[in-house]
Write a protein that binds this ligand. Structure first.
Ligand SMILES: *Cc1c(COP(=O)(O)O)cnc(C)c1O
Length: 235
């Protein structure tokens, strides 16, 4: 094994242990939380090492990077997750490559996505991104915008809503992050009580390298972890 492979294998094992411990603290099994390996910082060698370490779900936040890597790794057992903002003019090339769109952050994007997918018949699973921290710099729907939009999103024929996604505020403490994650979970619970039958809000995509354990304690089912997988690796 090369040094890169060994380091990444060790990092993946450490993150998986952290996931398992945090899941246990929230009374869940480790396999109820999926690790999305965020590969946006790295190239082919590191992605190969992640695959060798058993990772199958990969996250990219820039469409052009996702296109390139999806082509490079065509035929390999990778599920690609679009975790960053997607402009409408990139919908056509991006959606056929993607397993789950995490950043469903506006009505205009979701409507454009559904319209485009009608041509191919593809049905896409999406999460609705919510700006729970109120950071002006962050994308996502305001928490109060989600409920009135849900019935309209539910009626978009090519989309299946699976849950919500959020990021903790920039530069906050772990307690701040926990507060943001609690807000997302509480919003989900409130919406789930009244949402249209074709909408499922099972998934909560929240938690990154610095706060994924807290996110799992507060109910995350998908964690998006990048930097922690590449510690000790020059990139
Ligand atoms: C980069 C990124 C991550 C991963 O961040 P790390 O702190 O490196 O784990 C997670 N989610 C989104 C949306 C990102 O852009």
């Amino acid at each position: 094994m090369s040094t890169i492979e060994q380091r990444i294998a060790d990092n993946v094992a450490r993150v998986r242990q952290g996931i398992a411990d945090a899941a246990a603290r929230s009374g869940r099994r480790a396999d109820e939380v999926a690790l999305i390996a965020v590969s946006k910082y790295v190239g082919a060698a590191e992605i190969d090492a992640l695959l060798a370490a058993g990772c199958r779900d990969f996250g990219e936040n820039r469409p052009q990077d996702l296109w390139r890597k999806a082509e490079e790794f065509h035929g390999r057992p990778i599920r690609w997750h679009m975790i960053g903002h997607l402009q409408r003019n990139k919908v056509r090339r991006t959606l056929p490559l993607v397993t789950l769109l995490h950043a469903g952050d506006s009505w205009r994007l979701l409507e454009a996505a559904s319209q485009h997918l009608q041509q191919s018949g593809q049905v896409l699973e999406v999460l609705i991104e919510v700006n729970v921290s109120g950071d002006a710099a962050k994308t996502g729907l305001g928490p109060e915008e989600v409920e009135p939009l849900l019935p309209r999103i539910a009626d978009l024929p090519q989309l299946r809503v699976r849950g919500l996604m959020a990021m903790a505020r920039w530069g906050g403490t772990l307690d701040d992050a926990r507060g943001d994650f609690v807000r997302l979970r509480e919003l989900r619970d409130r919406l789930a009580a009244s949402c249209p039958p074709q909408v499922a809000l099972r998934e909560l995509s929240m938690g990154m390298s610095g706060d994924f354990e807290v996110a799992i304690e507060e109910g995350a089912t998908l964690v998006r972890v990048g930097s922690a997988l590449f510690e000790g690796v020059d990139r």
